[in-house]
Design a protein around this ligand. Structure first.
Ligand SMILES: NC(=O)c1ccc[n+]([C@@H]2O[C@H](COP(=O)([O-])OP(=O)(O)OC[C@H]3O[C@@H](n4cnc5c(N)ncnc54)[C@H](OP(=O)(O)O)[C@@H]3O)[C@@H](O)[C@H]2O)c1
Length: 300
């Protein structure tokens, strides 16, 4: 896989000079786990974590998603160790608005002081002078988008952008109303929400963003902590000569041209498998079958 550069074509974040391959990498799986504390502490095999990052970039990945609250701090430190000095074309996207409790919980952290501290944590642990893209993650509900104004924290991020600490801004875990509010305030380059073959609440939002050239970056593209499992998906994958995970990623790539992928993995074996999804073309009649897997959630 080393040397692969055509990762499903490329996409330029709107109003920026940042062009990324559509198949990227999400770094959350690089942190460890301590009992019930997920994304916590160092990975079981730090050498493998470093190797995953280095092979991803060597294979053409130039879009990595992270957060300083993964670990906390540890995932960013591993990224720095593996990849710094960073290639010129690498875009590292991070997110803010939470801190971790000692029990592993994810605690909303939206105040001016907390957001500013998180930006400096990211700068220090990644070892950069400015962050490429910062997603403001809504925490009105931790697990799913919930209404609430994001004006105050976005104002803080816009000020930090003015100071040169942030190049571009995105939002995450947001409702369409929050996307609209954010877009009235600042130039938004990407939206990062939960979306995959069976979790399709953002179908209409994706179309709207595609019309305006804004990137839509699904988190949990493979189902997250409980990877996708479905007999239909497995049967379809077998008929395509692919794996279920490759099929799920290829479906997303064909779903809309503004979708950028950041599948997460802690292993080079899965990384290679996932990057090969870029070469999988799903015929239209098979796409229609796959579409029906996720539809009942909205239609029943
Ligand atoms: N904005 C947000 O609120 C938010 C929330 C969650 C995540 N994210 C971002 O989104 C990225 C992607 O989400 P995610 O990593 O949580 O979930 P994901 O990409 O949907 O799935 C990751 C899970 O799938 C497994 N996996 C990966 N490739 C596989 C393969 N080829 N075959 C079988 N299993 C495979 C991984 O295990 P192995 O490690 O064993 O491969 C891991 O358990 C994260 O890394 C993070 O950067 C953002």
């Amino acid at each position: 896989m080393i040397g692969q550069t055509n990762l499903a074509g490329s996409f330029t974040l709107p109003g920026t000079s940042m062009t990324v391959n559509r198949l990227g990498y999400g770094a959350m799986q690089l942190a460890g786990r301590d009992g019930s504390k997920l994304v916590w502490g160092p990975p079981r095999n730090v050498d493998e974590a470093i190797a995953v990052l280095q092979e991803a970039v060597a294979s053409g990945v130039n879009h990595i998603d992270t957060a300083d609250f993964y670990g906390p701090h540890i995932t960013n430190q591993i990224i720095r160790k593996a990849l710094s000095p960073y290639p010129d074309d690498l875009v590292i996207v991070t997110k803010v608005s939470a801190r971790r409790g000692e029990d592993g919980s994810w605690i909303p952290a939206f105040s001016r002081e907390e957001l500013t501290a998180q930006i400096h944590d990211n700068l220090r642990n990644l070892g950069v002078d400015a962050l490429d893209v910062v997603n403001l993650r809504s925490m009105f509900s931790i697990h799913e988008p919930a209404e609430g104004s994001m004006e105050a924290p976005l104002t803080v991020l816009a000020e930090l952008q003015q100071k040169g600490l942030i190049r571009h801004i995105g939002v995450s875990n947001v409702t369409p109303a929050q996307v609209a509010e954010a877009r009235r305030m600042v130039s938004i380059v990407c939206i990062q929400n939960h979306y995959n073959l069976v979790h399709r609440a953002d179908d209409a939002l994706i179309e709207d963003l595609a019309r305006d050239g804004i990137a839509y970056v699904p988190f949990f593209p493979l189902g997250g902590f409980t990877p996708l499992q479905s007999a239909e998906l497995s049967d379809t994958a077998t008929s395509l000569g692919a794996t279920p995970m490759q099929t799920a990623l290829a479906w997303l790539l064909q779903r809309s041209p503004n979708i950028l992928l950041i599948p997460g993995t802690s292993s080079r074996k899965h990384l290679r498998e996932n990057l090969q999804a870029a070469a999988l073309q799903i015929p239209s009649e098979v796409l229609a079958n796959l579409n029906s897997i996720g539809k009942p959630e909205k239609e029943s």
